[in-house]
Design a protein around this ligand. Structure first.
Ligand code: SF4
Length: 338
């Protein structure tokens, strides 16, 4: 599916035709132009030929049915993964990928092991959200909302595909398309400082998250090689500039890995870094990937107690999709370079 072709195909038609087509794709989530009966048969055939709407994907549904993972096949045969998380309060969040693979090679991350294959186009990013909107539309039991939130926390480093990510965000946010509020869209970076600066200049109320995962340069460099280029000091400086400009809170993600970053000493170091008012920590329970293990429940409790004692703002993310490998650091496919 390449929705950017739509404008070109309909350029000689009256303007309202493009509006109708966009509504059909982005609000009514049709998956075949033959459903757009307001168009002539000839035009529907042309659209089906030149801008087909089908999305090829395999899905895996978690036992609790609250997380659904899609392995989406792209036009060139490569695959990406995205996850729909259904929250108890009615929100439906889609975690999208921004690249096929990832060049950042974080030690605990399955995507990093794939290496970098290519950037996704804006259309390929949006396709992931459309896929889940259609999935919700076709559920036998009706649920209240379509996709309400989008997070860029799937495969890839979004700020290394900045322009396509921003183009997709503007369409997600546009009321004539998905109409998803800026405050419901989050971008997570491993700390690309130039990207944080550009993001602060967008003038949108988007959410920024930093994948931190270690409280010292030494440990962070072991886990995330990107830390050699962007040290903690540089990242936090750019986050502070971002906060000054946007007045937005910034989330720091910290995935708890057994005997790696979950000691008392790590908690104390983390607390020292996170004392600022508009910082908050998102503690993530790691799902086993490769040689790393999740922290034990008792250890997680002790870690949290230390953060509490230091008055650090933190939340602990509910563990989604353990049984379908849908959690942070578990996105990977068998895709190979085409
Ligand atoms: S954690 Fe994020 S930045 Fe690191 S390798 Fe995985 S996808 Fe890339």
């Amino acid at each position: 599916m390449d929705i950017t072709k739509l404008e070109k195909i309909l350029e000689n038609k009256p303007k309202y035709r493009l509006k109708q087509a966009n509504e059909a794709v982005f609000k009514n989530f049709i998956s075949d132009w033959n459903e757009a009966t307001f168009f002539t048969k000839d035009l529907r055939d042309k659209l089906n030929k030149e801008c087909p709407l089908d999305i090829k994907a395999d899905i895996l549904v978690a036992k609790d049915k609250n997380s659904i993972k899609a392995k989406i096949k792209l036009f060139d045969g490569l695959e990406i993964e995205s996850v729909l998380m259904r929250h108890a309060d009615g929100r439906n969040t889609v975690c999208v990928s921004s690249q096929v693979g990832c060049p950042m090679n974080c030690a605990f991350c399955a995507t990093g092991k794939m290496g970098f294959v290519r950037n996704l186009t804006a259309s390929e990013i949006l396709e992931q959200v459309i896929f889940f909107d259609r999935y919700i539309k076709n559920l036998k039991f009706k649920i209240k909302n379509y996709v309400t939130n989008v997070t860029f926390m799937g495969m890839g480093e979004p700020f290394l595909n900045y322009d396509n990510v921003m183009q997709s965000i503007k369409i997600l946010n546009n009321k004539d398309f998905f109409n998803i509020g800026a405050r419901s869209i989050s971008v997570s970076t491993c700390g690309i400082v130039e990207g944080i600066k550009k993001f602060s200049e967008e003038g949108l109320q988007l959410n920024l998250a930093i994948s931190l995962h270690a409280p010292s340069d030494k440990l962070r460099t072991e886990l995330m090689p990107v830390n050699k280029t962007y040290s903690l000091k540089n990242i936090l400086k750019s986050v502070d500039e971002y906060i000054k400009k946007t007045k937005r809170k910034v989330m720091f993600e910290y995935v708890l890995i057994k005997n790696v970053n979950d000691s008392d000493e790590c908690a104390v170091q983390l607390a020292k870094l996170m004392r600022k008012k508009l910082y908050f920590v998102n503690l993530i329970l790691y799902n086993k990937t490769g040689s790393f293990e999740p922290s034990e429940t008792k250890r997680v409790g002790a870690f949290k107690k230390l953060l509490e004692k230091e008055n650090i703002n933190f939340v602990q993310r509910y563990r989604f999709g353990d049984d379908i490998k849908a959690a942070c650091g578990q996105f990977a496919t068998e895709s190979k370079k085409a």
